[in-house]
Design a protein around this ligand. Structure first.
Ligand code: ATP
Length: 237
């Protein structure tokens, strides 16, 4: 069986500066795969290459066997990939409901959209309580929940998450990771980019480590959690 997502020899540049060097990575349907690494390693660039935000200069990105590198972002969303960007980037002046509707803007199946709104309210009951509140008045954790919910409203088969734990308190981080696991168990494949390696490796089936734009290690989450170099570099001991 071929993988759901495959990156083959991916090279991405910012102007003349090469940010990704021959990145090879795959995600099978049903998995949670994480990409961990230090600040500036190239994790966000990898995600942004997949979702068409930064151009790929060489290499291939295959989604369900189809080459998608350098397609426009809206085409990529239509194919079944949606992204939760770093920093959440919800619409602060729109209500929770309106933010969710924005997530479904490419869809025409109105009755199914209502079902999905109920699904995200079941995942995040706090958002149901705050449905008429504007996004900007939510706490950081609630905004992250809204950003995840908005991505789910596109009904993705693959969800990309960029640093969902950034700036959140430990108890909220645990909640967010529990939800990621739950979303995955309900059938969405997950590609998670994180600096918080310990939480990410615990939730992931498989993981890749990135250093200065290159993949340097890969294996099951469990194996990397036990790996001495990973422990020293990313887990504080
Ligand atoms: P972070 O956790 O800080 O987001 P990261 O692992 O996601 O780190 P990237 O943001 O992908 O790393 O950055 C990879 C490299 O590309 C870094 O050297 C960074 O300085 C550079 N870079 C990122 N964005 C740009 C940009 N818009 N223009 C030029 N260089 C960039």
């Amino acid at each position: 069986m071929s993988s759901m997502l495959q990156l083959k020899g991916l090279c991405t540049y910012y102007g003349n500066i090469q940010a990704l060097w021959d990145v090879d990575l795959k995600i099978d349907e049903g998995e949670i795969v994480t990409l961990v690494g230090a600040n500036g390693a190239g994790k966000s660039t990898t995600l942004m290459s997949v979702c068409g935000v930064v151009p790929v200069r060489r290499g291939e990105i295959l989604f369900e066997g189809k080459a998608i590198q350098n397609l426009k972002s809206d085409r990529i969303v239509r194919l079944g990939i949606s992204q939760v960007p770093e920093g959440r980037l919800i619409f602060p002046d729109l209500t929770v409901m309106e933010n969710l509707e924005m997530g479904a803007y490419l869809r025409r199946d109105k009755s199914e959209i209502t079902k999905d709104i109920n699904y995200v309210f079941e995942l995040f009951p706090i958002l149901a309580n705050r449905r008429h509140q504007s996004g900007g008045t939510l706490s950081g954790g609630e905004q992250q929940m809204l950003a995840i919910s908005r991505a789910l409203m596109a009904r993705p088969r693959l969800m990309l998450l960029d640093e969902p734990s950034l700036g959140l308190a430990p108890i909220i981080i645990r909640q967010i990771f529990d939800i990621i696991r739950m979303v995955n168990e309900r059938g969405t494949t997950v590609f998670l980019v994180e600096q918080n390696a310990s939480q990410a490796l615990k939730v992931a089936h498989r993981a890749y480590v990135m250093e200065t734009g290159r993949i340097t290690l890969s294996g099951t989450g469990e194996k990397l959690l036990a790996d001495k170099t990973v422990r020293r570099a990313y887990l504080g001991g």
